[in-house]
Ligand binder design. Sequence first.
Ligand code: C5P
Length: 277
Amino acid sequence: MTDPEAKPLLAPAKVNLALHVTGRRDDGYHLLDSLVVFADIGDRVQVTPAGEWSLTVSGPRAAGVPTDESNLCLKAARFAGTPVAIHLEKHLPSEAGIGGGSSDAAAVLRGIAALGTPIPKGTEQLGADVPVCLTPRAARMQGVGEHVSPVTTLPPLPALLVNPGRPVATPAVFKQLETRDNPEMGPLPERLRDPEEAALYLSSLRNDLEGPAMALEPAIGAALSALGALPLCLLARMSGSGASCFALFPTQEAARTAGRMLSAAHPDWWVCDTVLS
Ligand code: C5P
């Protein structure tokens, strides 16, 4: 049983503002150069000491989330070596490019660390996004996800997150990539003062997985077009390997208004306004 008194940890949504695929290792894994930020919304994870490993799931997006050993939360807890009872309150869409699995797993590891077991090295083996999610703050992620360095360049970014409700398998997207040795992001600017300046800079970067993912799932193209057409949208791009996309706005009010318009036009899409930092 999980302890109802234990404080839940936020496992925030992760967003790749840019994701360059810069090469491929001999084992088939791709080398990445990505600028990652986190939302102020996410899943909630409760971790309590227990005699054996267990996982329960609740929340608005719990349907279809496995509670067996295939769940990354349990894999992470076993990786840390400490038996715990985990309760996951699911708010984020799964397999959606915004870190549903990785951010949950990282929160489990943070919870276990708070109980006294240090986080083991090599967490990228659990998932490429787990290391960056261990400290959910703006960061540049390189290698296959194991090199993480904090980034202080960015202002808080009012944004909309959108998922058109179609799961996309990450390996299939990587397989679809034609060019695997794209240029790195280059040095980041020292400081971007506001969302307009940030969006202008980000428009010089890319998500190299966007084209391949759109080819597999046309709903991504529809989401990007719909975001791009919203009033005051500064930039619309896919996150991770999709299918979730984000759009940046000058103010939170503009993001909220745009979110209401998008939800009305596409009631079946998951739409959420947030601030990325
Ligand atoms: O680590 P994650 O679970 O996100 O990876 C899922 C799959 O995506 C991997 O099995 C691999 O096929 C592909 N991948 C990759 N290079 C990366 C990350 C993932 O080729 N850096």
